[in-house]
Structure formats: structure tokens, C-alpha cells
Design a protein around this ligand. Sequence first.
Ligand SMILES: C[S@@+](CC[C@H](N)C(=O)[O-])C[C@H]1O[C@@H](n2cnc3c(N)ncnc32)[C@H](O)[C@@H]1O
Length: 251
Amino acid sequence: MPEKKPGSADHKTDAAGKHASGAPWRNFYGRFKGKTLKDSQKTYLEEDLAALSPGAVGWEENPERTNLDLQALFGDREVWLEVGFGGGEHLVHQAQNNPQAGIIGAEPYINGVAMLLGKIRKATTNNIAIHPGDARDVMDVLPEQSISRAFLLYPDPWPKTRHHRRRFVTQEHLKPLATVLKPGAIFRVATDIPDYVRQTLEEVPKAGFERIRASDAELHACWDDWISTRYEQKALREGRTPHYLTFRRLG
Ligand SMILES: C[S@@+](CC[C@H](N)C(=O)[O-])C[C@H]1O[C@@H](n2cnc3c(N)ncnc32)[C@H](O)[C@@H]1O
């Protein structure tokens, strides 16, 4: 489980800024763990998580960064990626409604992973793979041009100006995303933060995307197949407005 914090012994780097495993230094500023897991959630993690692995993603188990075998994982299905799935409600919803797709979800927050596993137990899906960690590590080992659709739903907002560089919509994240997306692939971003909309509109096209659904009305209209996420519900309760941005990978 990814409970190692920057600064811990496991995060020691050499002069080139690499971990002993060869992993590059990647700051993660979010939470790995929240309140104590319920016994049932601990059981899901122990019993179910390993079987839902997309393959060798971590640097310890895959120091060569060999690509994942998506054919072995999902057969001929198209492959989608959800970054930071939180409690997993959107991921399960899409998986249930799109049996023609296999969806890889990445989420370092272990309580969220446990919530998703609980939902998967109640659902009848066989098209979900979970990496309980950083989406950057998954993007490292995805074949180029292998992903047909990507979701970034309510990414951590990092409201302070000096923290904007931590946002997912920076070239550090967007360039690898662009590399693994197929030409024509769809990239959806939802956020309740107007300044996040600004940065998304500035940065995503620079990485090789064009915006579609670009009218003001569509900015506030959810996608037809949308299900509101936990974070969106919180934003609505607190009086913030959702924005839905859609991009297409050029190429
Ligand atoms: C504000 S929450 C939103 C969760 C969910 N998408 C929703 O709408 O309810 C943002 C999530 O992104 C996750 N996250 C942040 N950086 C990430 C990264 N590099 N890779 C994968 N997930 C990440 C966080 O752990 C957090 O759970």
C-alpha cells in the first residue's frame, strides 16, 4: 500500500534525484490515508485488490518500466483511464455501462480504494483494474497511444498561486497523458474551481489537445453519461458550480 511519505527512508534519492528502485522523485502532496478503515474495507483490500491489478506498475516490481500487457488484461476491449477516482462511483458507473471498455483507475488514497472495492463487490463488473497509487506511475507503463478515453474528475484544486504547479493540469502530467492517449481519444476534466478551468484551458491544448463542447452552455452542462461524484456533491453543498471540459487528442 502506498503509505510512504516524502522524506521517509523509502523516499531517499541519489544525486540524480532517483530512489534506490530507480524511480524518479515525484512529489505527491495529497493524502494516502484518512480515517481508520472499517474491518470490511480491510478485508476488501486484503482479498480483492491484488486480483484487480493492471500488472506491474510500481518501480520496485517493474524497474525496467516494461509496458503493461493490455491485451492480457482486457482482451480486445478499448482501454480507459480514470485519474484520482476518489470513492470510485464514477468508475463503477462507467464500467457497468460500458462493457466494451476496460477501465484502469489510479488513486493513492487508500480509503478511496477500499470504497471502490466495496462497490465492485456489489456490482457485476469484470472490466476494472486498480492501481492504488499515483497515475504518473501508470502512465509510465502504458503503451503509447493505447488509451481511448481519460477522466480527470475534480482533481485536487491547490488554490494558492504558489501551489498551482502541483495541479494535474501541468505539462509534467499532461505530456505523458498525451503520449498514452490514442489520436482522437477523449479527455474529460470536471472541476468546481474557476481558476482550475483557466489553467486547464491554457495547459491542455499545449500538450496536443483541442477543446470540444466549447460553448459556455456546455461548460456547465454535464455529460450525458455522467454520474455525480462525492466531491461534486460536496462542491454543490458548499455552493460551488461544476464545470465540464472536454478535449480531443490531436494526431
Ligand atoms: C478532490 S479528490 C476527487 C475524487 C473524485 N474524482 C471525486 O470527484 O469525488 C482528488 C483525488 O485525486 C487523487 N490524486 C491526486 N493526485 C493524484 C495522482 N497523481 N494520481 C492519482 N490520483 C491522484 C487524490 O488522492 C484525490 O482522491
